[in-house]
Design a protein around this ligand. Structure first.
Ligand SMILES: *[C@@H]1O[C@H](CO)[C@@H](O)[C@H](O)[C@H]1NC(C)=O
Ligand SMILES: *[C@@H]1O[C@H](CO)[C@@H](O)[C@H](O)[C@H]1NC(C)=O
Ligand SMILES: *[C@@H]1O[C@H](CO)[C@@H](O)[C@H](O)[C@H]1NC(C)=O
Ligand SMILES: *[C@@H]1O[C@H](CO)[C@@H](O)[C@H](O)[C@H]1NC(C)=O
Length: 311
């Protein structure tokens, strides 16, 4: 998309940091929740008790010995997003942060054990570039357990990987608003407001085509949306117009109210259409932290430490 091609590696590296670090949290949760489905009762699996504390309550700790599990040879990066290969400045410092929960230990993800637990299962990510970044670090971490991992692509799935040793597919479907939306230029519209180039029709109750038919394929679904609900993505002259049941919602909704309706409808859709046995995660956002301007206004990311709690 437009956005990605304009971004320089420096601009987007801030996305990689939270992704790399969150992956450990996420993987841990995933492992814990899938554990009951394992029929084996050996001591390894008994370690997988429910978390003894709130893993989300904690802080970042700087540990110079903390290194990523992968290097620049990981084939799942898009080239311009590969901070290690592009030698982004201060990368080793950025990679030295680790998340430490307040009340209990959080071990690093063990890719062999994780993929072993996920054997014959598939994991799907749906949403915006935060999920995409998450996916890339996840694939690179998992690849450590299976050197035969290869790129996987199907119609509709932006990208992913297949891990033949474990028969596991992990893939991403780009759907920045989750709901279906399409551009309608001004000529098609009846009203003729000054400066309006057109609108985006958002069908709040219809999932975007990219993930419309994936319900039977995945065992785990990680979905998100957030950063696109912003006027820098959809300015006033190209605004979102919300539809439900094929008809415009009256009175028209502001962007954030539309966001709420979309989210409610997408969650209802997932609950109705996706199997009960599927493990579903709603992924939260990390804050934007460009410095000296937004992503398209000469902003850059000079930070090499996480934001403070109240920043
Ligand atoms: C990079 O990682 C691959 C796969 O884990 C490994 O085989 C290779 O030796 C590593 N290369 C470097 C330069 O560390
Ligand atoms: C691989 O996993 C899929 C489910 O994702 C299953 O249908 C298929 O039978 C598995 N293949 C093998 C060889 O076990
Ligand atoms: C970004 O920097 C370029 C070159 O310095 C300048 O021409 C342009 O006006 C700047 N754009 C913004 C939005 O500040
Ligand atoms: C790298 O770190 C140094 C020292 O903290 C800092 O001055 C510099 O701006 C950083 N570079 C980038 C690109 O973040």
């Amino acid at each position: 998309m437009l956005m990605a091609s304009k971004l320089t590696p420096t601009l987007i590296t801030w996305l990689i940091l939270p992704s790399c670090l969150l992956i450990f949290l996420y993987s841990m949760l995933l492992t814990l929740y899938t554990a009951p489905r394992s029929h084996s009762s050996n001591s390894k699996n008994q370690i997988l008790a429910p978390p003894k504390c709130n893993l989300l309550k904690g802080h970042w700790v700087f540990d110079p010995n903390h290194k990523p599990m992968y290097n620049s040879t990981c084939p799942f990066h898009r080239n311009s997003w590969n901070c290690i290969k592009n030698q982004r400045e201060n990368m080793s410092r950025i990679n030295s942060w680790k998340w430490v929960p307040e009340q209990c230990d959080l071990n690093r993800v063990d890719p062999v054990r994780f993929l072993g637990l996920m054997r014959n299962r598939n994991i799907g990510f749906v949403g915006d570039s935060l999920n995409e970044n998450f996916l890339v670090s996840f694939l690179c971490v998992l690849r450590v357990a299976d050197a035969g991992a290869k790129k996987w692509k199907r119609k509709g799935a932006w990208s992913g990987a297949y891990f033949p040793k474990f028969n596991v597919t992990v893939a991403y479907h780009r759907a920045v608003l989750l709901a279906k939306y399409e551009w309608r230029s001004q000529q098609l519209l009846l009203s003729d407001k000054d400066g309006v180039k057109g609108t985006f029709r958002v069908d709040t109750d219809i999932p975007a085509d990219d993930w419309a038919n994936i319900a039977d394929f995945y065992d785990v679904l990680v979905f998100n949306t957030g950063h696109w609900w912003h006027y820098d993505k959809f300015p006033k002259e190209m605004s979102l117009v919300f539809f439900e049941g094929g008809k415009p919602i009256h009175p028209p909704l502001e962007m954030l109210d539309g966001f709420k309706v979309v989210l409610e409808n997408m969650v209802a859709h997932i609950e109705k259409v996706f199997p009960k046995r599927m493990l579903k995660f709603w992924r939260l956002q990390s804050p934007r932290h460009f410095h000296g301007g937004d992503w398209n206004q000469n902003g850059s990311c000079l930070f090499d430490k996480p934001l403070e709690e109240l920043q």
